[in-house]
Design a protein around this ligand. Structure first.
Ligand code: ADE
Length: 258
């Protein structure tokens, strides 16, 4: 899969793309990330890429011409890229989006800066506009890296265990249960006794209860979408009772939810 990044700060992408799974995916030819400097497509003497907003107001707006010239250059090559503008004004980026984009041959990500990008880029020259969340970053660069990461890990052959991403695609909207490793006791905090029991069915039930309780407490929006079976309701109830009895660290991985 080819990622085309359109940015005013190409240097921001160097290290994140070199490391770990993204670095290996590139070395193995599973992804190809091309980072383009929007400034190279500004035609005036000073290579200006932003200007004051029509109608007045604070800050600067990214001009449409350099971005669209760069898009024109990208469009001369096949396959045609799906064009995404990263902006706090977009629809929220979700796992569903990552799955959909992972099936594309070529994805172009436009990173906005300053007060935003001329609206005509969003309206007439982008296929989609997405936001990472309800907060404002200094620009779309970090958001683009998140998209590259989230999409790449879904591509066949990228993760060591081929099934791990696939399993997620069918997963319900439930948070993960808490995980522990050695030592059994760390600075006075023991691992929940249940996990040491060796009773696999009891552990599975405990984990399910923990996952449901976490989801209820931390993500009521996801919890409201769940259709819980009677056994699930029982496991949730048990987890809630355990939470009420002991310190949260025993049931919710140290969170202060209850
Ligand atoms: N640029 C600035 N803030 C952003 C956000 N939350 N998501 C995507 N792009 C952004």
């Amino acid at each position: 899969m080819i990622f085309e990044i359109l940015t005013l700060f190409p240097g921001m992408f160097v290290s994140p793309l070199k490391e770990s799974i993204l670095g290996k995916a590139q070395e193995r030819g599973l992804i190809h990330v091309r980072v383009h400097n929007i400034r190279d497509y500004a035609t005036d003497k000073h290579q200006i890429t932003d200007d004051r907003p029509f109608g007045g107001g604070e800050g600067m707006v990214m001009k449409p011409e350099p971005i669209v010239s760069l898009l024109d250059a990208l469009r001369t090559e096949e396959p045609q890229p799906w064009i995404v503008l990263l902006s706090p004004q977009g629809r929220s980026f979700q796992q569903e989006c990552a799955w959909r984009w992972s099936a594309l041959p070529r994805l172009a990500l436009i990173c906005g800066r300053y007060e935003g990008v001329d609206e005509r880029v969003a309206e007439f020259f982008s296929d989609e506009q997405v936001s990472l969340g309800d907060y404002v970053l200094t620009g779309g660069e970090l958001a683009a890296m998140v998209v590259v990461d989230a999409v790449t890990r879904l591509l066949p052959g990228v993760l060591g265990n081929a099934s791990s991403a696939e399993v997620e695609s069918f997963a319900e909207p439930v948070l993960e249960f808490p995980q522990y490793t050695r030592p059994r006791e760390f600075r006075g905090h023991p691992v929940p006794e249940m996990l040491l029991s060796g009773d696999h069915e009891a552990i599975r039930r405990w984990r399910r209860g923990q996952a449901l309780l976490r989801t209820k407490l931390r993500r009521p929006d996801l919890f409201a979408r769940l259709e819980l079976t009677p056994p699930d309701l029982k496991l949730l109830h048990q987890a809630e009772e355990a939470c009420a009895r002991g310190p949260c660290s025993e049931t919710l991985g140290g969170s202060r939810d209850c």
